[in-house]
Design a protein. Structure first.
Length: 131
């Protein structure tokens, strides 16, 4: 779940690509202003992007990122002035990368690896001769 080496670097690049795209889309929503919903969407997308780049709660945040890209592309959400997902190709790309990140995990270079990574549990031997 937390590969290191070149695989970990590749997962970092994949997470960063999706995360920065979500953060830029959130910035586009914040730049348009115009009500509560664009601000809510903008701050959510910005938070999702930053969490992905940091690698914190990666599987859940990646699923939210994929849903957000699809919702923006299929006009389920109001569109900002400069929409990164104005054609289907970027949405397909973000969707494929999001599925890959969910299936592969966050990698060794993430907060998830530091917080929830492999732990070695040492169970002390019990002397049963006194029983």
């Amino acid at each position: 779940m937390f590969p290191g080496g070149w695989a970990g670097v590749a997962l970092l690049l994949l997470r960063s690509g999706v995360g920065l795209t979500a953060a830029f889309q959130g910035g586009a929503y914040l730049a348009t202003g115009g009500g509560v919903l664009p601000w809510l969407i903008g701050f959510s997308a910005l938070a999702i992007g930053l969490l992905l780049v940091m690698g914190f709660l990666t599987p859940a945040v990646t699923v939210l990122s994929g849903f957000g890209a699809a919702a923006s592309a299929y006009s389920w959400l109001p569109l900002p002035a400069s929409n990164l997902f104005d054609t289907r190709l970027p949405v397909i790309l973000i969707g494929v990368m999001a599925v890959a990140i969910v299936m592969l995990g966050p990698g060794a270079f993430s907060l998830d690896a530091r917080l929830f990574g492999f732990r070695e549990i040492i169970i002390p031997r019990i002397d049963r001769s006194s029983d």
